[in-house]
Write a protein that binds this ligand. Sequence first.
Ligand code: DGY
Length: 367
Amino acid sequence: MTLVVFPFRHDDLAVFERSIAVASSHPAVTRVLCVGDQPPHQSLIAAATRAAGGGATVEVVCQERIGELRPGKGDAVLTGIRRFVEEGTEHRLHFYDADIRTLSPRWVDVAERALDDGADVAKHFFHRAATDAQITWHVTKPGAAMLWPESPVPDVRQPLGGELALTRGAAETLWASPQVRRRSDWGIDTVLTVEMLRTHLAVDEVFVPDGKEHGYYESLADLRIMLVECIDALQGVAHLDLGVERRGSVDPEEGVPEAIRATVAFDAELTRGLIDRPLPAASRALVEAHPALLPDRVEAWDDDRWARALRMLLDGFRLGDPAWEEVAFRAWAARVLYHTTVNVPLGYERAMAALDAAVDGARRGPR
Ligand code: DGY
């Protein structure tokens, strides 16, 4: 008996019905819960009901206000966990982002199999474009490497991934975490990943060869809110003591699909235009006090420079302060442009190896 939850936004319904059809037709799935950011219209409920296949019931609800930060994806995820833990009778809870164009029964199968084999959590991973996952690669993984160099957190393939499956026990453990419970925004995935490892749940990382075809970005500005909330999420758990042992396994990977190799995830020229503009006065004062964050040529943002900047962000960044948010965005965007113009032209494998090497370097801290 499995509950599948799709957190979704009302401005992003392109593949909504398809996702419901895939999940509700799976033999293990008894209930599908679509948790939106607004109260659902009748037409949306009708579309969801139409899409339902198999024996699963399908429900569309508005996310509850549970966390303490900006009401965003975290509240949708928390709504799913709360309903499962407090009201549901299912044994397992799966989450999938609602915008996965390549969602198939296989996503559910690989996770169910890992839980059958004894995992507490099955966390999906898949190949991503060399210019995609740029918060993961430049903030979450190296940030975790600086905060907990001995822990397994920096090695988690997709710490920001929204696709995972939990046993009832794992869901209860995560629901009991104050860090998880307050995180109503984009920081939810970071905090869930840290908490599942801190509480010694057995986390199996399960590979999905088809990958996650999803919407990409116009410029990096599309990721600005996610970026600042993910920095804040790391800051919020930085004090936690993480062990060095990890329970669980990681699936072997298969080859990288050509479509992923060819994908360019954002428009570099548009992004360059955003960071070439003069800094607002409040941000200027801030970078003068924190020189690692000073604007610089894109070519200057190598691993060492970015490690120094990220360390400073982890220590001083303030979510909701426009001067800090502007400085964080510009430094990160410059770092992503460095990767895009220096590493990516070397080819997919070398670009990804450079990202891995930067995470390893962050374990040793800025020079
Ligand atoms: C990430 O960095 O993983 C986010 O999904 C944005 O691409």
